[in-house]
Design a protein around this ligand. Structure first.
Ligand code: GRG
Length: 301
């Protein structure tokens, strides 16, 4: 099989497995929450996402010698649960005030603002509990298990995604320096993408050099991913994106507003190249990493 169709099959198969795990998560959480909260949670978790973060986590795990089972998909899907909560909040009137996400009406427009704010918050501890439940079945030291939960929470919190979103909100109508822009992107989007690879490598008990190499890959790929997100917001249609482009409406500071489309596209390519250089150094240059990095920049949504 050629690498292209191999990657397509890989993405389809992995997405299905992640969605099976998210389905189990939905059943698990449904038993623990009143329906006014489980409704918005299940609606949001089961939306048509690319599932890139858990797929990267599983890829990092496989590349460093982990052998796959459903517990690994549950661990990886805990990252998607965090990502889902962030999308639910990002779409609220106090942030992007969006009507559409993943080609569907946003959860707060379906279930109401008040219930969605609370349901999304409930996902934060639920993600850690779901990850811990999966980790019970891994043969790993407690120290590594602690590191995994710390990664998940560290990347989602003030030092990562929430901190980046805070900077993003502050930066509306501001002109950021390139350094500030990179720091913002690295936290808002890069931290969780990087953590996905780190968690995969930790779960496989990877060697230190492999771990560092995958972390660097995740760091640069995360930046390239967010630049592509900025480019799509500036150039793609609502129909293709499954959401309304909104960076200009909110006067967001983006790579496109700072550099323009051409230069931002070039920078995204440079970051992808750096990502790929990082994995070559530890001998992890699996063709799937290369194709996945291409996909991050070639995607249309
Ligand atoms: C309290 C300040 C504060 C924040 C709460 C809302 C929030 C936390 C964080 C938002 C983080 C955010 C929305 C980052 C953007 C990440 C991004 C590029 C999302 C799109 O990811 P894709 O393309 O989406 O992977 P799919 O739909 O495929 O899953």
């Amino acid at each position: 099989m050629d690498v292209e169709s191999d990657l397509k099959t890989f993405l389809t198969v992995e997405k299905e497995k992640v969605e099976e795990s998210l389905d189990s998560f939905s059943s698990w959480i449904q038993k623990r929450l009143p329906s006014r909260y489980s409704g918005p949670v299940c609606y949001s978790v089961m939306g048509e996402g690319k599932r890139l973060r858990p797929i990267l986590c599983v890829l990092g795990y496989r590349a460093t010698g982990g052998s796959l089972n459903s517990d690994m998909y549950d661990l990886a899907s805990s990252i998607e649960v965090i990502h889902t909560y962030s999308l639910m909040h990002d779409d609220l009137p106090c942030m992007d005030d969006a009507d559409l996400r993943r080609g569907r009406t946003t959860p707060h427009r379906v279930f109401g603002h008040e219930d969605v704010v609370k349901a999304a918050v409930l996902l934060i501890p639920s993600a850690s509990l779901w990850a811990l439940k999966a980790l019970e079945n891994f043969v790993l030291t407690d120290s590594i298990k602690r590191k995994i939960i710390k990664e998940l929470n560290g990347a989602s919190g003030a030092g990562g995604m929430v901190g980046g979103q805070y900077l993003d909100l502050l930066a509306e109508s501001e002109n950021l320096t390139p350094e500030d822009m990179q720091a913002l992107h690295q936290k808002k989007t890069g931290a969780l993408l990087r953590a996905s690879l780190t968690i995969g490598a930790l779960a496989a008990n990877a060697e230190q050099d492999q771990l560092e190499s995958l972390e660097a890959f995740g760091h640069w790929l995360g930046l390239a991913f967010q630049i592509k997100d900025d480019l799509l917001d500036a150039t793609a249609s609502t129909e293709d994106l499954g959401k309304q482009p909104s960076d200009r409406i909110h006067s967001k500071s983006t790579y496109v507003s700072l550099y323009g489309i051409e230069r931002a596209s070039q920078i995204a390519l440079e970051m992808k190249d750096r990502a790929l250089e990082s994995i070559c150094s530890a001998g992890l240059d699996d063709a799937r990493f290369i194709k996945l990095a291409d996909y991050v920049l070639e995607r249309t949504k």
